[in-house]
Design a protein. Structure first.
Length: 184
């Protein structure tokens, strides 16, 4: 029995939840999140309280019951206060620029890497070395941040690359050489 799946969800003020056979839509003051509705779960909406109930009792339905409730909880929270991921770029000459609906990264390659910005996400750049990703869908924000970071992950010797704001890079020592006069 899923302990997380049994907990009821409370809808925040100004948030509406609609469900049909194909998808579940959460609308709020800061955005709209839509995700596919699994067939083994049904939503029971009673005023501002939502319960997630299993339709069947298969192993897959039992294992995903709590997951669907957690995703729904994140979506309800995201349409009230959007999720934020901050990326820092470190390295000489490394920088980013927003160009229309694309993010351009100059991170040591011979060409500029262009990444399309998905619908529903907002990119703010207070400086050329800081990227702030904001959106109502936690999965989409995290996925885009991981995609940007994967272009040039921080390397352990000089810590150059794209890293999360509070990420700690485990530094490695470079090669050490014996003194020049000892090999005689």
């Amino acid at each position: 029995m899923s302990r997380i799946g049994l907990k009821p969800l409370k809808l925040a003020k100004g948030v509406t939840l609609t469900s049909d056979a194909k998808s579940i839509t959460v609308k709020g003051p800061k955005g709209t999140v839509k995700f596919p509705s699994p067939g083994f779960v049904k939503l029971v909406i009673d005023g501002d309280v939502v319960k997630v109930e299993r339709v069947g009792n298969t192993k897959h339905a039992r294992s995903c019951h709590g997951l669907v409730r957690s995703v729904l909880e994140n979506n309800i929270a995201g349409v009230v206060t959007p999720f934020v991921r901050i990326l820092d770029i470190q390295g000489v000459g490394y920088q980013a620029a927003k160009k229309g609906k694309q993010l351009g990264l100059k991170v040591g390659f011979s060409n500029e890497i262009m990444i399309d910005i998905p619908e529903g996400l907002t990119i703010d750049m207070p400086s050329v070395t800081r990227i702030i990703i904001t959106g109502a869908d936690l999965q989409q924000v995290g996925q885009f941040a991981a995609k940007v970071r994967s272009v040039r992950p921080p390397e352990p010797y000089n810590a150059k690359g794209i890293k999360y704001e509070n990420e700690r890079i485990q530094r490695k020592a470079g090669k050490s050489f014996a003194s020049a006069g000892a090999g005689g």
